[in-house]
Design a protein around this ligand. Structure first.
Ligand SMILES: [Fe+2]
Ligand SMILES: [Fe+2]
Length: 306
């Protein structure tokens, strides 16, 4: 009988914990049964996997997997560092699904649960945010980028004093800030090296494309602004509208900072990443006119204590 699977990253599981679902591994193009529901992964076997490896779980056991993750995140005995890792690794799989799913409506709905878990984590584990930030980085897929922009944005938003409801909006805005790239040719998105003029013109349309996509759904103005205004510049020479700073939605100003910071510190195939310190130094000197000065100060002095 054919079985459908979803994949999870190895990092959201741990050894010596009873797993209430079956695990499969992929060998060539087939899923091969690896562990029975109710069993534990043995540490010596678990250590052979690396973080980017995947396990596969039958679709009908999806709820058991979700319940398992929620229980782990609520477990008072688990260290916040482990929780941060579970949260990140389990969210990456979900964000990946969001990006692969042509149904934006469903993706928008699913994003609520992901961001809710992050906001809950920040409330329950105040020290955990730093660790979550330190886990962010360094590969370059769009979904990683969106999740990492989300983590930085939530970190900034919390320090700026946003309420839980506002943080949830901001986090979802971050996950969808580049949704318009769905309409940009994939060759342009994946091109290694600089874009030519025609390609760049198309790339610069992604905020407008994103707004058109989101306009089809019942999402807040704040989320739309995160998408449409994240390439505006505080000085008024950004795109697409050349809005002056005071007219840029505060959440879009936060996304703009988080977006650049992530781009600069992430390994792409064609450039070397900057260290966090160098990126912030560059943003607060050479690029400083682009960003809200107060939010830049929070990034520099509070979030990264530079
Ligand atoms: Fe963008
Ligand atoms: Fe982006």
């Amino acid at each position: 009988m054919a079985m459908d699977f979803f994949n999870v990253r190895v990092g959201c599981l741990s050894a010596d914990t009873v797993l209430p679902f079956d695990l499969y591994v992929q060998i060539q193009d087939r899923q091969v049964h690896y562990l029975r529901s109710g069993d534990k992964l043995k540490p010596d076997r678990f250590e052979k996997f690396v973080n980017s490896d995947r396990f596969y779980i039958p679709n009908e056991q999806r709820q058991s997997f979700k319940d398992f993750i929620s229980r782990r995140l609520d477990d008072e005995n688990l260290h916040f560092k482990n929780k941060a890792e579970i949260l990140r690794e389990s969210s990456l799989s979900l964000v990946e699904e969001i990006y692969e799913n042509p149904d934006v409506g469903k993706a928008l709905e699913d994003s609520k649960k992901i961001i809710h878990e992050f906001v809950k984590f920040m409330e329950q584990e105040p020290e955990g945010m730093d660790h979550l930030i330190s886990l962010s980085n360094h590969d370059f897929y769009t979904y990683n980028h969106s999740l990492d922009v989300g983590v930085y944005a939530l970190g900034l938003g919390r320090l700026i004093g946003f309420s839980a409801t506002e943080l949830e909006e901001l986090g979802r805005g971050a996950l969808f800030h580049d949704v318009g790239k769905r309409w940009v040719d994939v060759d342009i998105i994946c091109k290694k090296g600089a874009l030519d003029e025609v390609e760049w013109a198309q790339m610069k349309k992604h905020p407008e494309f994103g707004l058109q996509i989101l306009n089809e759904y019942n999402v807040s103005e704040a989320i739309k602004a995160c998408c449409f205004e994240h390439h505006e510049s505080f000085l008024g020479n950004g795109y697409p509208q050349e809005l002056p700073g005071k007219d840029i939605h505060p959440m879009a100003r936060i996304i703009a900072i988080s977006d650049t910071y992530d781009a600069m510190t992430t390994q792409r195939s064609y450039n070397q990443p900057m260290t966090p310190k160098d990126a912030i130094e560059f943003m607060t000197t050479k690029l400083k006119d682009r960003y809200d000065p107060e939010y830049l100060r929070v990034l520099r002095e509070v979030m990264f204590q530079l």
